[in-house]
Design a binder for this molecule. Structure first.
Ligand SMILES: NC(=O)C1=CN([C@@H]2O[C@H](COP(=O)(O)OP(=O)(O)OC[C@H]3O[C@@H](n4cnc5c(N)ncnc54)[C@H](OP(=O)(O)O)[C@@H]3O)[C@@H](O)[C@H]2O)C=CC1
Ligand SMILES: Nc1nc(=O)c2c([nH]1)NC[C@@H]1CN(c3ccc(C(=O)N[C@@H](CCC(=O)O)C(=O)O)cc3)C=[N+]21
Length: 297
């Protein structure tokens, strides 16, 4: 049996979204008397964070919003990051902010996460927004700011007409920024959801039963053809830099794309899949936050 595998590339979705966002950015610039503004707070030198910063700066320029990065040194302490977050909370020209994770060791991520004003929380990772997300009733649309990667994945699935209702979805990873909110969104879309993590036993049996797999572990090549049911939909969130035989490095996901693509009915590439959708949703939610601000004025 041969399966026609759909490659779930971000490119056509980005093209459509950019057009929509450019129009909205122009209208908001008019209403606010300034461009919508996003501030990224980054401390240390996580490689996946560096890629993210570069790409969102580029997309913000294309769409027509301001994006500023506030870099703190790897030696930054909790109080240093908190001071920046509080200044941005108080600044009426800042519509959205995101604090990049992971923060340097010793910094209290939980304290920082919840210091962000929920109205500016375009990463959707405060307790307030995660709580709103989980408590949205099944028959109401989700309206809260939510983590960009899961939201981007849902947009990607919708664009390619991949149905979710009634499907068994298995998520590898339980972070507040990817795994848990992914579960909330898939559940709201009527999937039956399982979350697996590093303490899960017999992951292979769980994966073998999955119609949809979302891999978000940070472990390169973790998911192979031995794990996947024929016809499954594979979403690869991982952003791992690995060495190649010629001494260079390359970006790979958590999925062994070459072995899995023949089995999957649909699969996201790395690069060019989930990553650009995360960037798109960050700008999209900054526009939503700015629109709400403009409406309050
Ligand atoms: N494409 C994109 O837009 C984005 C990509 N990323 C990338 O996605 C990956 C995950 O990010 P994030 O959620 O922040 O990472 P975290 O490190 O916070 O979480 C990783 C999760 O994976 C679980 N895990 C680790 N190994 C295994 C395993 N062998 N089997 C099952 N579960 C496992 C961990 O379990 P436990 O909880 O038990 O430790 C943990 O829950 C990273 O590579 C990151 O760079 C992140 C955000 C956006
Ligand atoms: N609070 C927080 N929220 C995050 O969402 C968050 C974070 N911290 N810390 C770091 C990770 C990583 N991450 C990426 C997003 C997009 C690309 C991306 O654009 N990827 C391109 C890379 C292409 C290229 O090589 O330039 C692609 O996959 O095609 C990468 C990585 C978001 N993260």
């Amino acid at each position: 049996m041969s399966i026609m595998t759909k490659i779930l590339a971000a490119k056509p979705v980005t093209a459509a979204l950019v057009t929509e966002m450019q129009t909205q950015a122009a209208s908001l610039t008019n209403q606010l008397g300034r461009k919508p503004k996003l501030v990224v707070v980054a401390a240390g030198d996580d490689p996946a964070s560096a890629i993210y910063i570069r790409n969102k700066q580029r997309r913000a320029n294309t769409v027509g919003i301001d994006a500023v990065t506030e870099h703190l040194p790897v030696t930054a302490r909790t109080a240093d990051v908190l001071a920046v977050v509080r200044r941005l909370n108080a600044d009426p020209t800042v519509d959205g902010m995101i604090v990049q994770l992971p923060l340097p060791s010793g910094v209290d991520t939980e304290a920082i996460r919840n210091a962000v004003d929920p109205e500016k929380d375009v990463d959707g990772f405060t307790d307030v927004n995660l709580g709103r997300l989980w408590s949205t009733p099944k028959d109401r649309p989700i309206t809260t700011l939510r983590p960009c990667t899961p939201r981007g994945i849902m947009k990607l699935l919708a664009f390619y007409n991949v149905s979710v209702a009634g499907k068994r979805a298995v998520i590898l990873g339980r972070s507040n920024i990817v795994g848990k909110p992914m579960a909330a969104l898939l559940l709201h879309a009527n999937a039956t959801v399982t979350i697996a993590h590093s303490r899960t036993t017999n992951v292979q049996a769980i994966l073998g039963d999955a119609d949809i797999i979302v891999a978000a572990t940070g472990s390169a090549g973790l998911v192979t053809d031995a794990d996947v049911k024929p016809g499954a939909v594979i979403i690869d969130v991982g952003m791992n830099r690995v060495a190649t035989s010629d001494g260079q490095t390359k970006l790979v996901g958590d999925v062994d794309f070459d072995s899995v693509q023949h089995l999957a009915s649909a699969i996201t590439p790395v690069p060019g899949g989930v990553g650009p959708m995360t960037v798109n949703m960050l700008i999209y939610q900054t526009l939503e936050a700015a629109q709400r601000r403009a409406d309050r004025q």
